[in-house]
Design a protein around this ligand. Structure first.
Ligand code: AMP
Length: 213
């Protein structure tokens, strides 16, 4: 089963992607995580991506597509995957679609996690990410056991640059311009499913399970 997660940054699609991955035994493929790992490792890819990420801009399609296709060609993706944060533009979706068609495959579900912008701005300011392992929390909705400390590895939690208010507004603007057309793209393919992302994460996951079966 191949799943694409859609929704604005901060809509909770990453949380749902991880829940789907765990519940259905599929790898969770996040281009944002791949970029962040490269930034942290100081690789040439990371250095190139960082300049865009810090400003809340999208990394160019050519680079992003290359990274994604490499990742889904790996063995653990043979039986499917959950894509989180990819595709973000129509050209990215078209390349993925063309690559899958070559193998007689397709995206089975595009799940759009719907949340109004005002809720997102409020939510994002409460997000915290681990400086070491990248695990994410929310001071209200998913608090760590000990304030400011990662449950998974014990490192410090911070408000990521790309979760700050100005950056969030910038990302929402980009989302509406470049990513929302993907909703029509997958709707035209008959695989779009919408869920109400304003509910708590367990309730959203219940709705998703009804869709995936
Ligand atoms: P995310 O964690 O998915 O919100 O991604 C963090 C940042 O990585 C984004 O703001 C972009 O700068 C970059 N990024 C992640 N995925 C993509 C993508 N599919 N296309 C372009 N840029 C991306």
């Amino acid at each position: 089963m191949k799943i694409v997660m859609l929704g604005a940054p901060g809509a909770g699609k990453g949380t749902q992607a991880k829940m789907i991955a765990a519940g259905y035994g599929l790898p969770h493929v996040s281009t944002g995580d791949i970029f962040r790992a490269n930034v942290k490792g100081g690789t040439p890819l990371g250095m190139e991506a960082k300049a865009y990420m810090d400003k809340g801009k999208l990394v160019p399609d050519e680079l992003t597509v290359r990274i994604l296709l490499d990742r889904v060609a790996q063995d653990d993706c043979k039986n499917g995957y959950v894509l989180d944060g990819f595709p973000r533009t129509i050209p990215q979706a078209e390349v993925l679609d063309a690559e899958l068609s070559k193998m007689g495959e397709k995206i089975d579900f595009a799940i759009d996690v719907e949340v109004p912008d005002e809720n997102i701005i409020r939510r994002m300011s409460g997000r915290r990410a681990c400086v070491n392992c990248g695990a994410t929390y929310h001071i209200v909705h998913i608090p760590p056991k000990k304030e400011g400390i990662c449950d998974a590895c014990g490192s410090e939690l911070i408000l990521r640059d790309d979760d700050k208010e100005e950056t969030v507004k910038n990302r929402l603007e980009i989302y509406h311009k470049q990513t929302q057309p993907l909703i029509d793209f997958y709707n035209n393919k008959g695989v779009l499913k919408e869920v109400d992302g304003t509910k708590d994460s367990a309730a959203v996951f219940e709705d998703i399970k009804k869709i995936l079966g």
